[in-house]
Design a protein around this ligand. Structure first.
Ligand code: SAM
Length: 479
């Protein structure tokens, strides 16, 4: 039976409830007055200085997804843009993945790291190699990483992951430093989540892949990941272990997107109901070509149009959750999704183990094809030209604004007052230390213009002073 407060996967992601929701949405998809009233409910509302948004239930959002009226779709896009602007402004946070090891004991049929793949090169970084990769990432200008690893208790035990995190945080090369390490590793125990928390990680990210239990079991035929309940309840264990910020995701293409969408929102509702805080981020990967993986072998691939609609509806349904789009997507697709609600992008990613220290993009240990292969400088320049503020800020995490503290700041619309100046200061660091001259001059004009938009005079002056200090070579800030 469906129960969002339950600690059992099959009750909070309940198959019958999803089927009932999809059926109800299908039957009501032409009920325009009902749809209009849901859109109205989801609008940002100002009370005093604060902006609030109600978000939507999985049922309401599924109805909007089912509706294919052109006029409604236009309204959905406009509302997604409005919400994005209200809570995130023009800032786009930038990060890069760092692959530690592709040893894996699982049998995931969509991933080339599956244990049956005997011809892919297996590699695990030594601590010296981690150091070299981090220096290469710092030399591009990165401050925020997401570490990635296959699941292998012998080759990649938790001690190995912890050692890598320690190494990453310890490296200070020139003006570089990695200030936030997010972690995307397999579901684990409460005890191990506590260890990750103590190691100072940012977000714990784990993609559900699919919420459909039967499909999940077929797509993960062997290995520890086969256990649907253990995987689906991982975020509860992470939160029990003290990790405030968790990141959800679905690998689109594995199952029917309407099913996944309802499941994803039910997962968010469950976290909010039980832990008082929803997911910090949602990622929306689509299956890509990889070593022995052909995406066309999966029947549920989604078009760019459906993908955009999904992103816009996630923005509307969970307005306070960051949304991440990786370099799996092309520049063109990313450009469209940025407007509709994405708040974080990866840049200059290498999805191979040890890829950042190679001149050419290595493919022998790669997890999947990267569509957007631009340099970080090109990504930053592109964002500025589109009118965004590329941000390398990690200040919330440093100041302990995680979990419900971050959420309440975000809910009250205050995140912009505090994030906007920080974004400008971290962009200034990037421009001074790593940018090409073109990007630097574009970025400096943007900063000048944006500084004037800071409403509070005192905050504006502090930001101006700090930016001047950064230009003079001072680097003792902890954004
Ligand atoms: N091994 C970890 C686990 O068990 O969750 C996660 C790390 S894995 C490196 C990160 C994610 O890449 C997976 O969760 C999956 O969604 C995604 N992925 C795997 N194969 C992919 C493919 N062929 N195309 C796109 N994304 C893929």
């Amino acid at each position: 039976m469906y129960n969002k407060n339950s600690n059992k996967a099959e009750e909070f992601i309940n198959h019958e409830e999803i089927m009932r929701t999809l059926d109800w949405a299908e039957r009501n998809k032409n009920n325009i007055p009902l749809i209009e009233s849901i859109l109205d409910k989801a609008k940002p509302r100002k009370t005093g200085n604060e902006t609030h948004c109600s978000g939507l239930t999985h049922e309401e959002a599924s109805l909007l997804l089912a509706c294919d009226d052109e006029e409604i779709l236009k309204k959905v896009y406009a509302l997604a843009e409005e919400i994005k602007q209200a809570f995130y402004g023009d800032r786009i946070v930038i990060f890069a993945p760092l692959y530690l090891s592709n040893y894996c004991v699982n049998g995931c049929v969509y991933c080339p790291y599956h244990y049956k793949n005997k011809h892919i090169a297996r590699k695990k970084l030594t601590q010296d190699e981690v150091k070299a990769e981090v220096i290469a990432l710092q030399d591009m200008g990165h401050k925020r990483l997401a570490i990635e690893s296959g699941e292998d208790p012998v080759n990649n035990p938790i001690e190995y992951i912890l050692e890598c995190i320690k190494t990453i945080y310890s490296i200070k090369h020139k003006n570089g430093d990695i200030r936030r390490v997010n972690v995307n590793i397999a579901a684990t125990t409460v005890e191990n989540y506590k260890k990750l928390k103590d190691a100072g990680i940012g977000t714990y990210i784990l993609f559900q892949e699919t919420y459909h239990k039967d499909s999940y079991e077929k797509l993960h035929p062997t290995g520890p990941k086969h256990n649907y309940a253990y995987h689906t309840e991982a975020m509860d264990r992470a939160m029990e272990g003290g990790i405030d910020d968790v990141g959800l995701g679905v690998l689109f293409g594995l199952e029917r997107y309407k099913y996944e969408f309802a499941g994803l929102l039910m997962h968010a509702e469950h976290l909010e109901a039980v832990h008082g805080v929803g997911p910090h981020t949602i990622s929306v990967p689509r299956i890509k070509k990889a070593d022995d993986i052909d995406p066309s072998a999966f029947d549920n691939g989604i078009s760019d149009e459906i993908f955009a609609k999904l992103v816009a509806l996630i923005r509307i349904a969970v307005p306070y959750t960051g949304m991440i789009i990786s370099t799996r997507e092309s520049k063109e697709v990313r450009e469209k999704l940025l407007r509709l609600g994405v708040s974080q992008v990866s840049g200059a990613s290498r999805t191979s183990v040890g890829g950042y220290t190679e001149e050419e993009r290595p493919t022998d240990t790669e997890q999947f094809d990267v569509s957007d292969q631009r340099t970080l400088d090109e990504v930053v320049k592109w964002l500025i030209e589109l009118g965004y503020i590329p941000s390398f800020c990690t200040a919330c995490y440093r100041a302990g604004r995680t979990g419900d503290r971050f959420m309440s700041l975000c809910k009250s619309g205050q995140i912009q007052n505090c994030c906007h100046p920080n974004a400008l200061m971290t962009l200034k660091e990037f421009l001074e230390d790593y940018a090409t001259s073109d990007t630097k001059s574009l970025g400096n004009s943007l900063i000048e213009k944006e500084l004037e938009k800071i409403p509070n005079e005192k905050t504006r002056q502090i930001a101006k002073d700090n930016i001047k200090k950064i230009a003079d070579g001072v680097r003792d800030f902890r954004f």
